[in-house]
Design a protein around this ligand. Structure first.
Ligand code: EPZ
Length: 430
């Protein structure tokens, strides 16, 4: 989806059931650290199934700024990092996407230097990076935080045991990438276990690095291994899959998602099953059947993997808005992850929030309204709510959604939704 992003809207006529089969796009939260990891090898990386997302474009701008060649070849993204000549990421590129801080570890590993502006916060609240910096300092990096910039030197990083105070996804990834440039073995204890970490490990090993243990709480990295060209297929996006399952659960119908590993989604499908859906899973496929009008999913507590993913909280909430019974959400990962609630209440939802707890009580009807995406997953929740609202829902600020969803209009329309992208009229030529 292109066009004048900030003026475009997504328009949905509620009421359609969803039927059909969909192949799920590549995972945003896998490909972003992999794009940072690509600079570890002064050669060629081919990423198969790389999703076309604005967050990916932001990473591509950083790679090109650093001196890499990056080209789309059909659905593949091809990176040649042999020409890397810089180690800084300027403020305007860091501000596009705060998770670009994951480049810190790989730039240090490749060059021994790094200068990034501090990533700052985002819509979900402050996004501290204390665990990232602590891990890199334990490897021997000298990091000065001054004037909103991180000025780092790491001429000789040495592997060692590092214990994370909590299983931070980003801190785990940053430490893995930096450790690839450290002398000797690094052992990460209390590492994040998300599937995207295992995909990063597979990519690094495909490049010649020696990494093992991803998916468990202990990851071992043997640094300074010779690297070679690599071709890697990005894993499917489990949160996009959760979004479309929630959409079908709410709207009613039967959909099949291809290429998704059911174990990556089991806490989400368990909640949807509790709310009244039928779920079938086979190798590389998940089928959901629903009559719509769900009932309570009980209490949903977000937690690090393999717990219920915080990224699926908003879309599950939206699926439960029209139906019977009350569901209690407890958001344990981010401080401010209920920004979508006000917009959903404009559509007639009954949601009450107190700090980290949100209580959703099903109502008989939702009403189409003009709403605005507040953040990536909050915007996705509006897509789900629009499918089950009476009348027309117009969603603005859709640039938030385009950070993580390649083409939700294409995907939901393919499943039978009455949905369209409304582009602004071309500017009148003076
Ligand atoms: C990753 O963010 C994902 N982003 C997030 O997805 C996801 O919600 C999150 O992991 C949890 O699964 C990417 O992978 C690009 P964390 P990250 O470090 O790495 C605090 C989406 O919608 N923390 O596990 O930032 C932090 O503030 C996005 O796709 C520290 O306090 O998550 C948060 O409260 C949103 N200090 C909690 O830990 C640190 O040094 C979990 O953060 C690091 C994190």
């Amino acid at each position: 989806m292109g066009g004048g992003i900030h003026m475009s809207h997504i328009t949905i006529q509620g009421g359609s059931r969803l039927e059909g089969t969909l192949a799920v796009q590549g995972a945003k939260n896998s490909v972003l650290p992999i794009l940072a990891a690509a600079i570890l090898h002064p050669g060629r990386t081919v990423l198969r199934g790389c999703p076309h997302l604005s967050d990916v474009e932001s990473s591509i701008r950083i790679l090109r700024h650093l001196g890499c060649r990056v080209d789309w070849e059909g659905g593949d993204l091809v990176i040649d990092a042999s020409g890397l000549s810089r180690w800084d990421i300027p403020d305007h590129l860091m501000r596009e996407m705060r998770s670009s801080v994951v480049f810190l570890g790989s730039i240090l590993a490749r060059t021994g230097w790094a200068e990034l502006s501090h990533p700052g916060g985002c819509e979900l609240g402050p996004r501290p990076i204390d665990m990232h910096l602590s891990a890199l300092r334990q490897l021997g990096a000298n990091i000065r935080e001054e004037g909103g910039f991180l000025r780092c030197t790491a001429q000789h990083m040495t592997g060692r045991e590092i214990t994370l105070s909590m299983p931070s996804v980003g801190a785990t990834e940053n430490a893995m990438l930096a450790a690839c440039g450290a002398q000797g073995e690094t052992v990460l204890v209390n590492a994040a276990r998300e599937p995207e970490i295992a995909d990063l490990q597979a990519f690094l090993c495909g490049m010649g690095c020696q990494v093992k243990g991803a998916g468990s709480s202990t990851i071992c990295i043997q640094g300074r291994q010779p690297t070679h060209d690599v071709c890697h297929t990005v894993m499917p996006d489990r949160i996009v899959a959760a979004t479309y399952l929630a959409a079908a659960a709410a709207a009613g119908g039967e959909i099949e998602l291809r290429q998704i590993q059911h174990s990556h989604l089991s806490t989400v499908t368990a909640a949807l099953h509790a709310a009244g859906c039928q779920i079938y899973s086979g190798p590389g496929q998940t089928v959901l059947r629903s009559e719509g009008r769900l009932h309570s999913a009980g209490t949903v507590r977000t937690a690090p993997y393999p717990g219920f993913p915080t990224d699926a909280q908003a879309v599950l909430m939206a699926a439960l808005l029209r139906g019977q019974g009350a569901t209690v959400f407890v958001e344990n990962i981010f401080e401010n992850r209920y920004r979508h609630v006000d917009e959903l209440c404009r559509m007639g939802a009954d949601i009450s929030v107190a700090d980290r707890v949100a209580v959703v009580t099903g109502v008989p009807r939702l009403y189409g309204a003009d709403v605005r995406a507040t953040d990536l997953r909050g915007g996705a929740a509006l897509l789900v709510a629009g499918l089950i609202a009476d009348g027309t829902t117009r969603i603005g600020d859709i640039h938030h959604i385009q950070r993580g969803y390649e083409d939700p209009v294409r995907d939901l329309a393919a499943l039978g939704a009455d949905i369209a992208l409304e582009e602004p009229p071309p500017a009148a030529h003076q």
